[in-house]
Design a protein around this ligand. Structure first.
Ligand SMILES: NC(=O)c1ccc[n+]([C@@H]2O[C@H](COP(=O)([O-])OP(=O)(O)OC[C@H]3O[C@@H](n4cnc5c(N)ncnc54)[C@H](O)[C@@H]3O)[C@@H](O)[C@H]2O)c1
Length: 368
C-alpha cells in the first residue's frame, strides 16, 4: 500500500491521475495539495472525494512548512508533483509567476521532502519516491525530419514556461545526485482528455464550436505536436512509480504526431459525427455549425502566430517501452471522440469555468 501526495491534483492531468489511481489502487491513501488557481477546480475531484482514502488540502507547494507537516502527519511515501503554471501563452504575457511556482515551488517541495524523509540517518531511500512530472517542451523545437527527442537530447527550452520546467527538472536531478533524494522525472508530450481547462487547444476548440465561435489556429497551422490521451500519461507514471529506476528520466509519448490544423480538422469531424448521430444536440447547442447545416471546419480561422512558437515536438519513449513495457493504448480517433463526448455531457463544468477572467483572457488573446 502506498501513501501519495499529489500536487496540482485539482488540475487537468492531476485530477485524471487521481481518478486513475483510485480505480486501480483503492486501498492507497491519496492526499491532493492544490492552491486552486484559475486552472484548479474542486469539481474535477467530486468523484474522488467520495473515496475513503482521499483527502484534499487547499495549500501552496511554496509553503514548505505545510508540505513537511503533511508528509509527516500522513506518513506519505510518494510525491507525484504536477502543480505548475502550465500554459505557454500565459508564460509569454506574464513569466514571473512561472518562475516563482515552477522553479521556487518545486525547490520548496524538494526541501520539504528531503527534511521529512531523509533527516534520520539510515532512512531507507527505497521506501520513498519524488516523481516530477515534466514536459517535452524542455527539449526545444525539431525540424521536419529531425529524430524524436530522447532522454539524452540536450535541453533547449524556448518559452518562459519551458525554461521554468527545465530549471525544475535540473533541481530535481540535482537533489537526487547531491543529497540522494529518491527522485524520478517524466517528460511527456501534449495531453488531451476530460477536465482540461478550455484555454488549451482541444477543449478551446470544442467549447468554441458549441458556443458558435471561431476556431483560432496560430500561424499556418503546421506546428506539430505528439498527442497523448491523459490516461496513457497516468499509466506511464504508474509504471515509473512501480518499477522505474531512481534517478532516471523517462519520456512519455504516443508516436502520434499531428499538425495543429489536422488535429482541429479531426476534432471537427468528431463533433460533426456526434451531431449527426444525436439530432437533439442541435437544440442544446443552436450556435454550433451543424445546428445550421454547416460543417465545423468552416469555423477555422488563422490568427497571428504565438511569438517564438516551437515548430515540432516528437518524443521517443523507447526507454519506457523497453524497460517497463509501456505502450499507449488509446488510439487518437477514439480518444478524440470520447473527449468531445465528455465535453458534450459536461456542459455545466465548462460553463462554470468560463467566468469573467476567462472571458478577459480570451479577449486579450484572440479578440473573442
Ligand atoms: N497538459 C499537458 O499537455 C502537459 C504535458 C506534459 C507535462 N505537463 C505537466 O503536467 C503538470 C500538470 O499539467 P496540467 O495540464 O494538468 O496543468 P493545469 O494547469 O491544468 O493544472 C495545474 C494545477 O496546479 C495547481 N497549482 C498551480 N500553482 C500551484 C501552487 N503554487 N501550489 C499548489 N498548486 C498549484 C493549479 O491550481 C492546478 O490545479 C504540469 O507540471 C505540466 O507542466 C502537462
Amino acid at each position: 500500500m502506498s501513501r501519495l501526495l499529489v500536487t496540482g491534483g485539482a488540475g487537468f492531468i492531476g485530477s485524471n491521475f487521481v481518478h486513475y489511481w483510485i480505480a486501480r489502487h483503492p486501498d492507497d491513501r491519496i492526499v491532493v495539495l492544490d492552491s486552486l488557481t484559475y486552472a484548479g477546480n474542486l469539481a474535477n475531484l467530486e468523484a474522488a472525494a467520495q473515496h475513503p482514502g482521499f483527502r484534499f488540502v487547499h495549500g501552496d507547494i511554496r509553503d514548505q512548512g505545510l508540505v513537511e507537516s503533511l508528509l509527516r502527519e500522513e506518513e506519505l511515501d510518494s510525491i507525484i508533483h504536477l502543480a505548475a503554471e502550465s500554459h505557454v501563452d500565459r508564460s509569454i504575457s506574464g513569466p514571473d509567476i512561472f518562475v516563482d511556482v515552477n522553479i521556487n515551488g518545486t525547490h520548496s517541495l524538494l526541501k520539504a521532502a528531503r527534511r521529512a524523509w531523509m533527516e534520520n540517518p539510515g532512512t531507507d531511500p527505497e521506501r520513498y519516491r519524488f516523481h516530477h512530472v515534466s514536459t517535452d517542451e524542455v527539449y526545444g523545437s525539431l525540424g521536419p525530419t529531425d529524430a524524436a527527442f530522447t532522454e539524452s537530447t540536450p535541453y533547449s527550452p524556448n518559452s518562459p514556461y519551458a525554461a521554468s520546467k527545465a530549471a525544475s527538472d535540473h533541481l530535481v536531478r540535482a537533489y537526487q545526485h547531491t543529497y540522494g533524494l529518491p527522485t524520478s522525472i517524466s517528460n511527456c508530450s501534449n495531453n488531451y482528455g476530460p477536465y482540461q481547462f478550455p484555454e488549451k487547444l482541444i477543449p478551446l476548440c470544442i467549447v468554441n464550436l458549441l458556443v458558435g465561435k471561431a476556431l483560432p489556429i496560430y500561424g499556418d497551422g503546421q506546428n506539430v505536436r505528439d498527442w497523448l490521451h491523459v490516461d496513457d500519461h497516468s499509466r506511464g507514471i504508474e509504471l515509473i512509480l512501480d518499477r522505474g529506476r531512481v534517478g532516471e528520466t523517462y519520456n512519455i509519448g504516443s508516436r502520434n504526431e499531428q499538425a495543429n490544423l489536422d488535429l482541429v480538422r479531426q476534432l471537427c469531424r468528431s463533433v460533426d459525427k456526434l451531431f449527426a448521430e444525436r439530432p437533439e444536440l442541435c437544440d442544446r447547442f443552436p450556435e454550433a455549425p451543424p445546428a445550421s447545416g454547416r460543417q465545423c471546419k468552416e469555423a477555422i480561422e488563422f490568427v497571428t502566430d504565438r511569438p517564438g512558437h516551437d515548430r515540432r515536438y516528437a518524443i521517443d519513449s523507447s526507454r519506457l517501452e523497453d524497460e517497463l513495457g509501456y505502450s499507449s493504448t488509446t488510439d487518437f480517433e477514439t480518444g478524440m471522440d470520447s473527449t468531445v463526448l465528455w465535453f458534450l455531457e459536461n456542459e455545466a463544468w465548462w460553463r462554470a469555468v468560463m467566468d469573467e477572467s476567462y472571458r478577459e483572457w480570451m479577449t486579450d488573446q484572440y479578440g473573442q
